[in-house]
Unconditional design. Structure first.
Length: 119
């Protein structure tokens, strides 16, 4: 199983992190990594293709939809989800129905792709 997050669409809501039963996701800071190394490799550590990696710019179509006072109170906007353990995915699909950014892609071992469906 392969899992990745389209970083420009991710709102940092942490729903995927909260619901995944096998700890596929890790929420990572968009500004720094724990070791003081360059941030992009740390936040782009999953298998997202180049055009879906974090470059420092959010996609307003997805991001601004949730950019309201309630969300800001939860301090979500400083982090992105990184699918660091995609091979552990059991395709329960819990993350796919909870993803605010509609930005999770899972591909099973037969090549079938599954996308977030939250609206
Ligand atoms: S579908 Fe996979 S990545 Fe998503 S919550 Fe379930 S086990 Fe975790
Ligand atoms: S559920 Fe979606 S939008 Fe929310 S943190 Fe996870 S990948 Fe990002």
């Amino acid at each position: 199983m392969d899992v990745y997050v389209n970083k420009a669409h991710c709102t940092g809501c942490s729903h995927c992190f909260d619901v995944c039963p096998v700890a596929v996701f890790e929420m990572r800071d968009i500004d720094k990594d724990p070791d003081g190394k360059a941030n992009p490799p740390y936040i782009n550590a999953d298998t997202a293709p180049a055009d879906k990696q974090w470059t420092g710019v959010n996609d307003p179509k997805y991001y601004d939809k949730w950019n309201n006072d309630v969300q800001k109170c939860h301090d979500h906007y400083k982090k992105k989800s990184v699918a660091i353990n995609g091979s552990a995915c059991i395709l329960c699909q819990a993350c796919l129905i909870e993803c605010e950014g509609e930005c999770i892609t899972i591909t099973d071992d037969q090549g079938q792709a599954y996308q977030s469906i939250y609206k």
